[in-house]
Design a protein around this ligand. Structure first.
Ligand SMILES: CC(C)(COP(=O)(O)OP(=O)(O)OC[C@H]1O[C@@H](n2cnc3c(N)ncnc32)[C@H](O)[C@@H]1OP(=O)(O)O)[C@@H](O)C(=O)NCCC(=O)NCCS
Length: 374
């Protein structure tokens, strides 16, 4: 392979962004200059969503207005409800999320308007409606009645309410909110780059987010949080963990929830999420997954010097909260819509068609033989 090829665009800087950065001086992921863990400690998810989309943290009045807009858009059309009811029950909810955003694009009167103001209005609609659509599928596939959103609830509370019909205690809601903050944005990752690439042809925001969801589904990206849970379920109990992980490494298996393209000595989001995973485990009086977590992590660091990424603690946290495993990545979606949208808006503001080159290694020039001579 030619040395000029940067497979996977590894180490290639393709554009500028003002949305987020892993700052080496504080060893942390930052959104618009604020450390993600600082935001977790001091803000609720809606404030961080506002920050990512608008560049500054909101004051009280701005937050109230933002929340009002989001709550106003917490409805989905009858046509979308009907479509969700007809989706095969075994469909992966990530495909449901992709389809729901696609249908919202068919219904949105401003789909083709890429002006900054129209894009922001569309963002609010996608941001508010996607959790409603996902929760509707959560219920219908179990044969349960859809639960309508409640305006008096926060973004996170409302998601629990729509999925389970009740809001858990405030510490569980806070842990969920923290996970949304940590998942909200991460610069030029695969799904964001997909969204920016789609946007670069001057396509629309619904299309870009639909593509980003498809990209996030993969197990090397957002799908890892589900794979972590599958792994923990295979391990079953803490007594099996040491043997299981050593065997996986002996077999040269990729261990989900570990490693990262950007962080090579630890994902800065992990300590915060690990802390909240512990809190949820304590509330749920279930220490099993924490024990498995610690053993697998220790062996991965000792044998491979590979550290966990944020999907490692979110997987078992969502499980303890009661979510079905295949809903873990869709939860990632409802948060990352903010980051994707900010990138789509940024791409529109200084667009250049994304069109890299490839080194050709196919056949030399040849002539076409007529069908009867082949
Ligand atoms: C995220 C990921 C795709 C990053 O990949 P990358 O930057 O291309 O790095 P590589 O896959 O080339 O990994 C470098 C080395 O570490 C090893 N490695 C990386 N992650 C590993 C993991 N999770 N388990 C076991 N080995 C791993 C690779 O096998 C490779 O070893 P080698 O040099 O002996 O071939 C990769 O770490 C991975 O597949 N992780 C599991 C999936 C996951 O958790 N994804 C969520 C990311 S937030």
């Amino acid at each position: 392979m030619s040395e000029d090829i940067k497979k996977g665009l590894m180490g290639v800087t393709v554009d500028e962004t003002s949305i987020s950065k892993v700052m080496p001086e504080i060893n942390s992921l930052t959104y618009r200059g604020y450390a993600a863990q600082d935001l977790c400690a001091n803000c609720k998810f809606e404030e961080v969503a506002y920050l990512i989309l608008n560049g500054e943290l909101p004051n009280k009045k701005q937050l109230k207005e933002f929340e009002k807009q989001e709550k106003k858009e917490r409805t989905i059309s009858k046509a979308l409800v009907e479509a969700i009811k007809k989706i095969p029950k075994k469909a992966h909810p990530m495909d449901v999320a992709r389809t729901a955003v696609s249908i919202m694009g068919l219904e949105d009167k401003e789909t083709r308007d890429n002006s900054p103001k129209a894009n922001m209005r569309k963002v609010m609609r996608i941001f508010a409606k996607t959790p409603v659509a996902l929760a509707a599928f959560y219920r219908t596939r179990k044969g349960k009645k859809i639960i309508l959103p409640k305006k008096k609830l926060s973004f996170s509370e409302n998601f629990f309410h729509m999925c389970f019909g009740k809001v858990p205690n405030k510490d569980i809601v806070k842990a969920f909110d923290v996970s949304l903050i940590l998942y909200a944005e991460h610069s030029f990752n695969v799904s964001t780059f997909t969204a920016r690439t789609i946007t670069s042809s001057l396509s629309d925001i619904h299309g870009a987010i639909t593509g980003a969801i498809a990209s996030l589904k993969g197990p090397l990206h957002g799908g890892a949080n589900e794979e972590v849970m599958h792994m923990m379920n295979k391990i079953k109990k803490p007594e099996n963990a040491f043997k299981w992980i050593n065997k996986a490494l002996d077999n040269k298996n990729v261990v989900m929830g570990f490693g990262h393209r950007v962080y090579k000595s630890g994902d800065s989001r992990v300590p915060t999420m690990r802390e909240y995973f512990g809190k949820v485990a304590k509330i749920k009086k279930d220490k099993k997954f924490e024990k498995i977590y610690d053993i697998v992590e220790r062996v991965m660091i000792e044998r491979k010097n590979i550290h966990p990424n944020v999907d490692y603690p979110t997987g078992p946290t969502y499980h303890l909260m009661g979510f079905d495993t295949d809903f873990f990545t869709p939860i990632f979606v409802i948060s990352r819509i903010t980051g994707w949208s900010a990138h789509i808006i940024e791409q529109h503001a200084a667009n250049k068609l994304i069109r890299p080159l490839a080194s050709y290694n196919g056949n030399k020039y040849r002539k076409v033989n007529k069908l009867n001579k082949r």
